[in-house]
Ligand binder design. Structure first.
Ligand SMILES: *Cc1c(COP(=O)(O)O)cnc(C)c1O
Length: 430
């Protein structure tokens, strides 16, 4: 047994499934998870000293790569003055100012500790502000694990084939209505059938928890128009897309305004941070200004803010990194398509910005039903072969591949070569 296997054996005795978040357990791809020890730039090292090119990047936060020297320096500097006060500190003001500066249409921010918490709080605010109770979400979109959002969720829930969680009450699920991604008609039908009752539509502007599915032309603008017509709020869950698609996120990238935006992942620079944001009028409904209660002992934690604000500052100062990441992702997508075609393997590669996903299917993938038709056994074969060749991918067909600004031309060439060998081997099996 190697060190990872020994750690996993110990972990399974004291952590459910040996992990603290389900997708890490590798159940969808077989085998046992690698325990990671160290990250530097685009590479990670496991507990046995084996090195990988990392395309998970902590599921998005490490957009500048691991152990960025400026972010580490900011954290060291801040932490020597104390880890937490439960009182205001300067860095949370700087963080909010920077977010408001970078993102169009947001005027005020509330910091929380995770994406789940951000979404849960934004939904409460939407309900409080509209006096309505129902929420429309899309099948296959994941918005964290709060009760109301564990209905038709993607990601871990999807991989396990159990879209709804046990322990969620029928009451919590009843006010969540499920529409189909990229299908405005399904949204309109729900709005008409629940006239005057829908507080908000929540959407991942790019669905990145059923693989990667981009919005079709007019989809997001159509949601905006439907919200305006029906008096509902539009919530962009930008926990993945925020500061990734562009410095101003999906609102900038697609030119569509949202009423509320939720953040996580990237804004913490690797620390546990989330946030929700919107217009002054909406955000002043939140306590202590308004009647919508929401609080947090560690919210705006100074060390977490030091990491997050430094990462945002670097992204802001280097807008060219968005072009580079997009080119890197497009390069990978193009080579995957070519290798698959050369070996007669059915593969649809979706890519937008620095996100991509190879689906083992010959279908175009524009919605949840298409994503689900992908061959997960083939993905598992692909994943394990790539891992053995030193490429660390998401251990599920329904997760994105995250390209960072730290991935080098060498990393990309090495990855393309590993994929070519893997797809050739898969063609030979068949
Ligand atoms: C990861 C994710 C969340 C949940 O964030 P956590 O920090 O894991 O709670 C919410 N929404 C989207 C779109 C996500 O990808």
């Amino acid at each position: 047994m190697d060190v990872s296997e020994k750690l996993f054996e110990r972990a399974c005795k004291v952590l459910p499934g040996g992990v603290n978040s389900p997708v890490r357990a590798f159940r969808a791809v077989g085998g046992k998870p690698r325990f990671l020890q160290k990250g530097l730039g685009s590479h990670v090292l496991d507990a046995d000293g084996k090195e990988y090119i990392d395309f998970i990047g902590s599921w998005g936060p490490m957009i500048l790569g691991h152990s960025h020297p400026d972010i580490l320096a900011a954290v060291y500097e801040r932490m020597t003055d104390g880890l937490s006060f439960g009182a205001p500190t300067a860095l949370e003001v700087e963080m909010a100012e920077r977010m408001v500066d970078m993102v169009p249409h947001i005027e005020m921010v509330r910091m929380v500790n995770s994406g789940t918490e951000a979404v849960m709080s934004a939904l409460r605010l939407a309900r409080g502000a509209t006096g309505r109770e129902k929420i429309i979400k899309f099948e296959g979109c994941y918005h964290g694990h709060s009760d109301a959002m564990l209905v038709g969720a993607g990601s871990g829930a999807l991989t396990q084939g159990v879209p709804d969680s046990s322990g969620v009450t029928s009451g919590a699920a009843r006010d969540t209505l499920i529409a189909q991604y990229n299908d405005l008609h399904s949204v309109e039908t729900l709005l008409d059938a629940n006239a005057g009752q829908v507080a908000a539509i929540i959407v991942e502007p790019v669905a990145a928890n059923m693989g990667v599915v981009a919005p079709q032309e007019g989809f997001l603008a159509g949601l905006r128009a439907l919200c305006d017509k029906h008096g509902a709020l539009l919530i962009f869950d930008e926990v993945i897309t925020g500061f990734r698609l562009a410095k101003g996120g999906a609102q900038e990238y697609f030119g569509v305004r949202a009423d509320l935006v939720t953040y996580g992942k990237i804004i913490g620079g690797g620390m546990p941070v989330g946030a929700y944001a919107g217009s002054r009028a909406l955000m002043e409904q939140v306590a202590p200004c308004g009647p919508v209660y929401q609080a947090g002992t560690l919210s705006g934690n100074p060390v977490a803010m030091a990491a997050g604000v430094t990462q945002l500052k670097i992204l802001c100062d280097h807008p060219e990194c968005y072009t580079v990441m997009e080119q890197s992702a497009a390069f990978l997508a193009q080579h995957l398509r070519e290798s698959a075609a050369a070996h007669g393997i059915a593969l649809t590669v979706n890519q937008i910005g620095s996100l991509l996903c190879p689906y083992f299917t010959d279908h175009a993938v524009t919605c949840f039903a298409h994503a689900k038709s992908a061959d997960t056994a083939r993905y598992a074969r692909y994943f394990n072969s790539m891992l053995a060749r030193g490429i660390y991918l998401a251990p599920s067909q329904f997760e994105a591949m995250f390209v960072s600004a730290a991935h080098t031309q060498n990393d990309l060439a090495f990855t393309v070569q590993a994929a070519e060998e893997t797809l050739a081997a898969m063609a030979a099996d068949a």
